[in-house]
Design a protein around this ligand. Structure first.
Ligand code: TMP
Ligand code: MG
Length: 286
């Protein structure tokens, strides 16, 4: 059915159930399908040649527009809060207030740096960000078959939009909900627009009023792509889900997190920097 599922990076707890879902997705066809995806470390790469790739926040943090003092403070926040974000021994409910703290502090620091809207494109161009191998095929296929792609990101919307624009894949079927910057009349960053999206509130609570999923109520087949345990709730606002396939990229602390990921995601991709499996499944379905 899908030869890519034989890759060494693929782990599946219930293979028969997964094959059943994939068969149903194919039977329902492309007109019923929508893809809901996280951005950072899911559509973008986690690492390359042993080096970490930046998140949309990191792209700003590492850029020339941030002062040395600002860089240090942002790095300190990352070193304190990131281990909490991925700690398999804490529940999402325990992590939630700490993530609000992290995002709030980081956005305050960024808002003090007089970042100019007009500098964003250059900042992204000069960064080390990379989309996962196979991103072209993924975006092109979804566009070709008119399958909606909803990118639900706790990153920085202005940055991630610029990344996919520069990659020439920001097609009309792509919709983004994320944290967007609010600039003053001179194009200088003042603050971030609400509601704040962090790793563990990616659910209906921040989508109220966007009506996105209501318009797509006939799209009852879903492929969900994520890399964090917080990404699992991204489809909660879809009114009538008939088939959902959850694919999780397990990037970091693989051994420690394997059990939880296998319980929660239908397909787990361990240290796999490609979109091969997603593309293989789409090739079979579309
Ligand atoms: P995502 O929802 O698109 O994956 O984006 C969230 C990621 O951003 C999450 O893994 C943590 C990361 N992050 C930073 O790298 N730096 C920051 O300052 C903040 C607030 C988040
Ligand atoms: Mg992510």
């Amino acid at each position: 059915m899908v030869p890519e599922l034989q890759k060494a990076t693929v782990r599946i707890q219930q293979p028969e159930r997964v094959m059943g879902i994939i068969r149903s997705l194919r039977e329902q066809g492309m007109n019923k399908l929508q893809v809901i995806s996280d951005f950072d470390m899911t559509l973008s790469r986690f690492g390359c040649n042993g080096r970490r790739c930046p998140t949309s926040h990191n792209i700003l943090d590492n850029s020339r527009v941030i002062s040395e003092d600002g860089k240090k403070k942002l790095k300190d926040l990352l070193h304190y809060y990131y281990p909490i974000e991925i700690d398999p021994n804490r529940t999402p409910a325990e992590k939630c207030p700490l993530m609000v703290e992290w995002w709030t502090k980081a956005h305050e620091l960024l808002s003090q740096q007089k970042i100019q809207k007009g500098d964003i494109a250059q900042i992204v161009r000069e960064s080390d960000v990379m989309l996962r191998d196979g991103f072209n095929e993924l975006f092109d296929q979804l566009h070709k078959y008119n399958v909606p792609l909803f990118i639900f990101s706790a990153g920085v919307g202005d940055i991630l939009e610029e990344i996919i624009r520069q990659a020439n894949v920001f097609y009309s079927n792509v919709n983004v909900v994320s944290n967007y910057m609010d600039f003053d009349d001179n194009g200088v960053l003042m603050c971030f627009k609400g509601p704040l999206i962090h790793t563990y509130n990616k659910n209906n609570s921040v989508l109220q009023g966007t009506e996105y999923f209501q318009q797509l109520s006939a799209r009852t087949s879903i492929i969900l792509l994520g890399d964090s345990m917080g990404d699992l709730t991204m489809a909660d606002g879809v009114p009538s889900v008939e088939n959902i396939l959850k694919i999780g990229f397990l990037n970091d602390k693989v051994e420690e997190q394997r059990g939880k990921y296998l319980d929660a995601y239908d397909i787990v991709l361990e240290s796999d920097e490609t979109l091969d499996v997603v593309n293989g499944i789409l090739r079979y379905i579309l």
